[in-house]
Design a protein around this ligand. Structure first.
Ligand code: FEO
Ligand code: CA
Ligand code: CA
Length: 632
């Protein structure tokens, strides 16, 4: 979801565009010498390739031209309209559209006159398909496993039938609000997470309806808190501990669990009292009297921010939540050591000494990139009954002009923070405010992060229409199309410094006639061979629908010259998001979110065109016709 919010970062910290401007002018001078220096950041990929490097399934890992990616890109001319398009060497299959029954009850099929009831919706796949991960049933199983999938959001007019909507004028704008508690619960149950058992039978993937693993997790599901904020009065609201919401992207752990990330949680809280005003901390998280017009506050007082104690309820959202897909009776656990921001996603890797290291973006204009490092080796921590995600250090990134960077620790031991906060729990609950004080670098909406096989970390910065400062060396003002940054951490991901570089600037890919064109990078995943899958969410150039492209981390081109191949295009009005594969990487799952923005006049997908069905979010199962690795 591309939510256009006001800027809540008023810290005055030096924004990234200024840093980049200076860096870009330096880079012209530095790039020549650096590419010759073996082991340096800019030459890392090519040094590996030159040595023959790691072997991939298609030969030595190298640039595209050495065989990493041999498919025929979807031409610009074919990447639009009401139906998806995929490269000619590939096939796709539709799986688990919104409304698919998971526990044996009825399914919803897109009938424009009805919608799922709250009870039905709690036993069906939700809407707003986003981050997800495939957990093989047996360790290497390629045709059977659990799919954990996020349902980020659903518009009231899409989720609710007309008779359950109130048409209301709010500030000169017509909005559609739930009429009663049943309507509110329908909306609530459409959001959240699904865990479902899926398998390939006779060549086709299907959900195993009624499996004991199948469950829905939503804002009324019992949850637990863990880490420094658990037990703190900061989250001591009058309500039972329930729920996760606006589940955007995701991560997964080496111990086999799913991580779901709470992004725009602020939009679900609103005030029924017109005199209510947000305090400084709420304002920094975008909590305001109106919210995003979901209208939950009208019938469910838990989301009325003006009610006593509900400031603490709002503090219960904005976390990364761990879910065990193999234990349907387990409670989701909010891992508070990872900080409270608008979590887009999390990329977890194993750093020096076996520490769990998590990279995370906070998706709002001028917000930050974070890193968490566990206290010690994740295996020994778990052997002692400790979660590696409960004990460790949280850092925020500062990008310096010279291509270096610093991880600034969010700790109460820092006098800069001790002057503002009383406890580490406060620092973590108001991590954005702590990061402001430390001088973190405001970024252009950090979305997904991924750790590539050479250890470099990539992060999509989707766009920033409100960037105003630029200089001759910086082509990004305003940054309407976004870019992808990468960095190499020191000391195998546990150091306090890093080196950074720009991988690609989206605007550089759409000059006239350029078939590489894309904008607004969002979903991102680096596979073990060095393919970088890029998914988009925003207005694409040349009439294209949103899309998934493949680049190579070993491409030596300048940011404007990288090869980028279009593997898939979605349907009108959607975004492409979510990415996971089977262990053999011969099956990939991706999603279309908000196809046609819910309008059957735009597309009926996944129902046949010309039917009267409303379009529904769904998953695509992608395979190569020759059975090859996806992306090859
Ligand atoms: Fe949920 Fe920032 O995308
Ligand atoms: Ca987005
Ligand atoms: Ca996103």
């Amino acid at each position: 979801m591309s939510h256009d919010e006001e800027i809540s970062n008023k810290s005055g910290n030096r924004p990234f565009d200024e840093v980049l401007g200076v860096y870009a002018s330096r880079r012209k001078l530095l790039v020549g010498s650096l590419t010759l220096a073996a082991g340096s950041f800019l030459s890392g990929g090519s040094a590996m390739a030159a040595k023959g490097g790691k072997k991939g399934p298609n030969g030595p890992v190298g640039q595209f031209r050495e065989g990493l990616s041999n498919f025929t890109p979807v031409p610009v001319a074919e990447g639009s309209g009401p139906m998806p398009n995929i490269a000619e060497e590939y096939d796709y299959q539709v799986l688990i559209p919104w409304g698919t029954s998971i526990n044996g009850g009825p399914s919803y099929d897109g009938d424009p006159l009805t919608r799922p009831t709250s009870q039905e919706q709690a036993n069906q796949i939700g809407i707003g398909h986003d981050g997800m991960w495939f957990f093989p049933k047996n360790r290497r199983s390629n045709d059977h496993g659990m799919l954990a999938i996020n349902h980020e959001f659903g518009d009231n007019r899409h989720v609710l039938p007309a008779h359950l909507l109130d048409e209301v004028d709010r500030g000169g704008q017509t909005v559609y609000l739930p009429k009663d508690l049943e309507a509110t619960r329908r909306s609530q149950h459409a959001h959240g997470v699904s865990v479902v058992e899926i398998a390939r039978k006779k060549g086709s993937w299907q959900l195993l309806n009624g499996s004991r693993y199948n469950r829905r997790i939503h804002v009324n599901t019992e949850v637990a808190f863990s880490g420094p904020v658990a037990g703190s009065d900061l989250i001591d609201s009058p309500w039972p501990m329930m729920g996760t919401v606006n589940n955007c992207a995701n991560g997964y752990t080496p111990w086999g669990t799913y991580l779901t990330c709470e992004e725009n949680f602020n939009g679900y809280f609103a005030s029924t009292d017109s005199n209510w005003v947000a305090d400084e901390m709420q304002d920094r998280y975008g909590i305001n009297a109106r919210g995003f017009d979901y209208g939950w506050e009208l019938h469910d007082p838990r989301f009325d921010i003006s009610q006593p104690g509900n400031d603490k309820e709002a503090n219960r959202f904005g976390w990364i939540v761990e879910i065990d897909p193999m234990d349907p009776s387990s409670r989701p656990i909010k891992r508070t050591a990872l900080g409270r921001v608008k979590h887009e996603g999390v990329a977890l890797t194993v750093g020096r000494g076996g520490r769990a290291v998590a990279y995370m973006g906070d998706d709002q204009r001028f917000d930050y990139i974070y890193k968490f490092v566990s206290l010690s080796n994740w295996k020994s921590m778990r052997a002692q009954g400790l979660s590696p995600l409960d004990h460790g250090s949280l850092y925020v990134a500062r990008f310096n002009d010279d291509g270096s960077g610093n991880w600034l620790e969010l700790t109460i031991d820092n006098p800069l923070l001790a002057g503002k906060f009383a406890t580490q729990a406060e620092v973590l609950t108001y991590a954005r405010v702590a990061a402001d004080l430390l001088g973190a670098t405001p970024m252009d909406r950090p979305e997904w992060t991924t750790v590539a096989p050479n250890g470099d970390v990539y992060c999509t910065l989707t766009n920033n229409s409100q960037r105003t400062q630029a200089n001759g060396a910086n082509p990004l003002a305003p940054n309407s199309d976004g870019h992808i940054i990468r960095w190499r951490d020191s000391d195998k991901h546990v150091g306090a410094t890093f080196e950074w570089d720009i991988f690609i600037i989206a605007r550089d890919t759409h000059s006239d006639g350029d078939e590489r064109t894309f904008s607004d990078p969002d979903g991102l995943w680096a596979d073990p061979d060095g393919r970088l899958f890029i998914q988009t969410d925003g207005g694409q150039k040349k009439g294209l629908n949103n899309q998934m492209l493949v680049a190579s981390i070993f491409d030596e081109g300048a940011p404007g010259e990288l090869e980028v191949k279009r593997l898939f295009t979605g349907v009108s009005g959607d975004e492409i998001t979510g990415i996971t594969v089977t262990p053999d990487r011969r099956t990939m799952f991706i999603n279309t979110q908000h196809p046609g923005n819910g309008d059957p006049a735009v597309t009926n997908f996944p129902a046949p065109q010309g039917s009267n069905k409303i379009p529904r979010d769904c998953t695509f199962v992608i395979t190569r016709k020759d059975g090859g690795i996806i992306g090859s």
